[in-house]
Design a protein around this ligand. Structure first.
Ligand code: LLP
Length: 421
């Protein structure tokens, strides 16, 4: 793994570079630290898994929208999955081939759809009104749009309800009882729409590949039905959603290869192109969120480690009760007393925790503390709550050089929103 404690000196390293030395070299504030080689390795794992299939790896930009990271993913051959016009603009800026991009979402604006139509990205139809808007956008752009039907397959992904998206009462996609209506509506707009495939997305943090298999079986049946009505569709998009080992227990979790192997025969049997939309499994494990310990305190029965990072920079624990592994960057002395701590930030509310009930040695003031697996849905979900400005980002490159890949936001950035008012 790209972040690991050395067996020799007990310090945390990222690709052979001591994290504590990086902390000394950069601004003293919380920051995100990525391993560029790990990003490459994660993409390679998907590419190898997909060998022998016609496929697009559509990286889900929502997971992490750092421009430098996007440029790297694009150069490695990824396409992109977008959920807003700004993500589309950023994907273009990063050099992604628009014909390998998919525009998803249940509330796409007409304005954004016009850009998508102009650029030739695949668009997923999510609802009746969405179809109307895509038709309108095609007319404005003077372009025929390649569309996929986002089908809601009603498969339970067995994850936190906030990240389940393909069950029947969710706001996403269209249900099978309406399928015929959509096929007729597409047929009625031959100048504006070309149906090229079917899409589904079940949810996120999925750790059982059988769930993808169940969905793929349903989707292939839908594709057979759609083809039997004369549509020449050849894309199956099975979405993203593969989970990762947040707990660091060494448990064996499904790999990209396991995921692709469970659908490979189905895809080949229908001669389909496969689109996948991974976010988390490409980027989460490439990053640590690095903090400094401000102090330690005890109240009632609870011990707290207070750090400078918070729910503003990394909200997954407080929003989803998500577990992300936490450790100190320096070794604990052999005689260190281990206690149970909540790891909390300085934000003024009790939802502000990064970890609960963690067994850790008591750290000195200023010690480095990392939250692991912070590459996905951490920086991209950061806010400036309590005027904690969004942190800088760095990566360790292939040759061990540490470079800044995003400036940290400053107080002056905030004041800019009021200039000239
Ligand atoms: N495609 C679609 C249509 C999606 O809705 C998502 C994520 C993805 C792809 C990428 O899924 P992934 O491979 O990253 O699981 N903020 C939450 C995750 C929300 C995911 C929503 N959809 C979290 O921090 O856990």
């Amino acid at each position: 793994h790209c972040f690991s404690k050395s067996e020799e000196d007990g310090f945390l390293y990222c690709e052979g570079v001591k994290v504590e030395e990086i902390m000394e070299a950069v601004e003293k504030r919380p920051f995100y630290l990525y391993s560029k080689p790990q990003i490459t390795r994660n993409v390679e794992a998907y590419k190898e898994a997909l060998e022998g299939l016609n496929s697009i790896i559509g990286y889900a930009i929502k997971a992490n929208n750092n421009l430098k990271i996007l440029e790297h993913l694009q150069k490695l051959g990824c396409g992109a999955v977008l959920v807003s016009g700004n993500e589309l603009k950023l994907a273009l800026r990063a050099g992604f081939d628009p014909t390998r991009c998919v525009f998803n979402g249940n509330g796409k604006s007409l304005e954004d759809l016009v850009v998508a139509a102009q650029e030739g990205v695949f668009v997923n139809i999510d609802s009746e009104f969405d179809l109307e808007n895509i038709v309108a956008a095609a007319r404005i752009a003077g372009k025929k749009v390649n569309v996929l039907l986002r089908i809601n397959p009603d498969v339970d992904p067995q994850v936190h309800p906030y990240v389940a998206t393909g069950n029947k009462n969710s706001k996403f996609g269209i249900r099978n009882e309406k399928l015929q209506w959509f096929l007729d509506a597409v047929k009625a707009h031959p100048k504006e729409l070309k149906l090229v495939g079917a899409h589904c997305h079940l949810g996120s943090t999925i750790t059982k590949v059988d769930i993808f298999r169940d969905a793929a079986v349903l989707m292939v049946n839908y594709i057979d039905e759609i083809r039997s009505q004369g549509f020449e569709i050849d894309y199956l998009n099975i979405g993203g959603g593969l989970g990762i080992d947040y707990y660091h227990t060494g448990a064996v979790l499904p790999t990209p290869r396991d995921l692709i192997d469970t659908v490979r025969e189905l895809v080949l049997s229908r001669n389909l192109n496969l689109i996948i939309e991974p976010g988390r499994s490409l980027i989460a494990n490439t990053c640590c969120f690095v903090n400094h310990v401000t102090g330690v305190k005890t109240n009632g029965t609870k011990n707290f480690i207070v750090i400078d990072g918070s729910m503003a920079e990394l909200i997954r624990p407080s929003l989803y009760g998500a577990y992300q592994h936490i450790e100190l960057v320096s070794p604990s002395p052999p005689d260190a007393e281990i206690s149970t701590f909540d790891v909390v930030g300085p934000v003024c509310e009790s939802a502000d925790f990064l970890g609960k009930d963690r067994e850790l040695p008591t750290p000195p003031k200023g010690a480095g503390l990392v939250v692991h697996d912070a590459g996905a849905y951490c920086m991209s979900m950061a806010s400036t709550y309590n005027l904690k400005m969004r942190p800088p980002e760095y990566w360790v490159e292939d040759d061990g050089t540490v470079s800044k890949i995003r400036h940290g936001e400053t107080f002056e950035d905030h004041l800019r929103f009021f200039e000239g008012l």
